[in-house]
Write a protein that binds this ligand. Structure first.
Ligand SMILES: [Zn+2]
Length: 132
């Protein structure tokens, strides 16, 4: 008898994202002129009014991957990520020292009896960049 593997869409998505990150080069390799990167992330509910969390940290550009994305904090959310790769790339190309913006989670949550609902959680970010 073959054991049936239980499907866990959330875990599978995380694994795929992890592989994608591992396969990407580091920020320092992709952007040789990027010296430092500070990220200030604030997580909001979809209406943008309730603050669910905040992260402020210095990114180690030599180690951090250029697939620069953060998982949605909602535990029911499947396929949700806040991908800031493009925001970082655009800032570096323009040699911008500070960028602010917001991205919405494109994942979905299974909510019986309504079924799948878009997550739409909001991430407001601020990036401070230093150059060589
Ligand atoms: Zn989400």
């Amino acid at each position: 008898m073959i054991a049936q593997k239980r499907s866990n869409p959330r875990a599978e998505h995380r694994l795929r994202q992890l592989q994608r990150a591992n396969e990407s080069v580091s920020l320092a390799e992709k952007f040789p002129n990027l010296k430092s990167l500070m990220a200030h992330l604030t997580y909001f509910s979809p209406d943008g009014l309730t603050r669910n969390g905040e992260v402020r940290y210095t990114v180690h550009v030599g180690h951090a991957k250029s697939a620069f994305s953060f998982a949605c904090q909602n535990r029911e959310c499947v396929g949700g990520d806040f991908d800031l790769s493009e925001a970082v790339a655009a800032a570096v190309v323009a040699r911008t020292k500070a960028v602010e913006g917001e991205v919405r989670c494109q994942g979905s949550r299974d909510r019986p009896p309504d079924g799948k609902q878009p997550c739409q959680n909001l991430l407001r970010y601020k990036l401070l960049l230093g150059y060589v």
